[in-house]
Design a protein around this ligand. Structure first.
Ligand code: IDP
Ligand code: MG
Length: 153
């Protein structure tokens, strides 16, 4: 099964949405494989947002991710990367579809509640960036047979 990274951004913690957001992933049937609070560093953010390094908002974006601790989560499921991305919605909260996390909880481009990995390849790199060995757990859910048919997993 696929594993993907979710970061509950400072906007999620400050707005009191940690429960709301994690509840959505839980109800969907994704398995929580890892979760911890951490203070991100400028070095981590420079790597994480390297694709935006030439943007005028780069430093402001990095600062916004370091203003409070964040919660990093690893979710697992069949096709989890795309499922989580769909639930996240478009980058700008004002444009994100209603029913998505950003669409329901954000009015902002930058303060858009969560980060989610955009491909399986990036998910693997990002999980390594934020989780150490032993912080991601491979336990089984007893409800597995009610989450998927045998030929789906
Ligand atoms: P994503 O988070 O939807 O994958 P990316 O393009 O990877 O979007 O951008 C990473 C983060 O940078 C966004 O979640 C958002 O916080 C911020 N960001 C991206 N584009 C803009 C912009 O045009 N203005 C302000 N912030 C932006
Ligand atoms: Mg991205």
């Amino acid at each position: 099964m696929e594993k993907t990274l979710v970061i509950l951004k400072p906007s999620c913690l400050q707005r009191g949405l940690v429960g709301e957001v994690t509840k959505r992933f839980e109800r969907k049937g994704l398995r929580l494989a890892g979760m911890k609070m951490c203070q991100l560093t400028d070095e981590q953010m420079s790597e994480h947002y390297a694709h935006l390094a030439d943007k005028p908002f780069f430093q402001q974006l990095k600062d916004s991710m370091m203003i409070t601790p964040v919660v990093v989560c690893c979710y697992e499921g069949v096709g989890a990367v795309e499922v989580v991305r769909q639930m996240t919605g478009a980058t700008c909260g004002r444009k994100a579809a209603p029913g998505t996390i950003r669409g329901d909880f954000s009015m902002s481009f930058q303060e858009n509640i969560i980060h989610t990995s955009d491909s399986l390849e990036n998910a693997a790199v990002e999980l390594k960036r934020f989780f150490k060995d032993g912080e991601i757990f491979d336990y089984t859910l007893p409800t597995q047979q009610f989450l998927y048919a045998a030929d789906e997993v």
